[in-house]
Design a protein around this ligand. Sequence first.
Ligand code: TXE
Length: 481
Amino acid sequence: MQNIKNYINGEFVNPIKGGFIDNYNPSIGEVYGQIPNSTTEDVEKAYQSAKSAFKQWSNTTLNERRDILSKIAQLIQLRLPELAKAEAKDNGKPLSLAKAIDIPRASSNFQYFADAITQFSSEAHESIGLGAMNFTLRQPIGVVGCISPWNLPLYLFTWKIAPAIAAGNCVVAKPSEVTPMTAYLLGEICNEAGLPKGVLNIVHGLGTTTGQAIIEHPDIKAISFTGGTATGAHIARTAAPMFKKLSLELGGKNPNIIFADCDYENMLATTVRSSFANQGQICLCGSRIFVEESIYEQFKKDFVQKVSELKIGNPFDEDTNIGALVSKPHLEKVKSYIDIAEQEGGKILYGGNTVTVEGSENGYYLEPTIIEVSSNQCRLNQEEIFGPVVTLMSFKTEEEALQLANDVVYGLSSTLWTNNLTRTMRLSKELHAGIVWVNTWLLRDLRTPFGGQKASGVGREGGFEALRFFTEPKNVCIKYE
Ligand code: TXE
């Protein structure tokens, strides 16, 4: 059994009240370890450790922070094989995906903010004629909370922690209780990199106990959260009256709009990825596919054929494209939408069944599923399923495509396939999204603002947006004449 502990003040410690919860390997449906179910007392201990480290850490030079964050980035890269295996075991994603995307991106997150903090600057404003000079201080907030989900565990955990500590804050962080392992290993890496004790504290446990204790803590002054919209709303209700700064990166129900004039082969190959990467468990997946009528039948045939070639298997098999879903409850939730589809008159063009993988009979496997729907108002098109399920609809005009794309409560990302430049500009400005990918998907430049609008959240991560979130601007006005 792989049992893990909390990482507080640079040490690995058991929870004070001693509660533990099981940790599952979803690819075989078995418990493989236990993790703390930390309580308010553990969160308080982590907070005190962060508070004690804050004065010294917030006074380190930018080069000292750069060097330590770069070292963390290097050590993540060095331990990539071990971290990728841990991620695949915890999440059920193909090992090949963890190796190619998850862990390299976790390293890049630290490397990016190691460099960015040495370039981050603030403004000065001369009040000409008034004999006054203003300058803006951007000071670290203090102790901040970072809470992350199970779909891209180390990738999203480090996406919050790196800018928070680069900006001079100290952190109380909680990974998802469903995928805690790589967060646990990050503690070892931080010690090896020479991160001072208490700058980062990692507490494990359920959202309703450990997570709730973080968002309720009166002196944790900002919360950076990624997860479900419902949880995001709960966090906002709890933290708003305490005037905490909030960054909420929530769910999505992203349109993938395909016009006849697109580069068809590139579109087709990318659409298989944007539909089913990570078993469709990425908030940026294009789960609602809208295809121009003139190519709809051709696309339908070709897309089904391509998807039928995807291999469902144990995450550790090199040729696996579709691994296990993250948990049994999540598999049940996703499967329930396939049942709903049939009740709503949807037509299953491909997939829809759970799969028994030889040698991993108790794993949580589901076929990549393509469902043709006749209305955007169906539950499949209105609710985030967060699994390997996409819907297909055709459209006649650009106006219709835009109306369909925007007609959901979410507004995270949109994907657009066309070679018509004026159409690209028109639609990009009108789509309800924080990110619009044109003729590509999930191409990421870490300098860009990342996040959504509407029910997809509040605030932006990435680049200087993240450093502005994790600092308090203060205007100092000096009268000198
Ligand atoms: O998210 P949760 P989960 C969506 C997707 C998925 C749904 C639930 O629809 O089905 O969210 O997934 C912690 N106070 N996305 O269960 O419950 C929890 O412990 C403080 C989209 O992962 O929101 C975990 O660490 N924390 C998303 C984190 O919040 C609380 C990616 C996320 O858990 C808490 C993942 C509370 N009261 C899921 N309750 C995206 N945008 O990428 C829970 N948590």
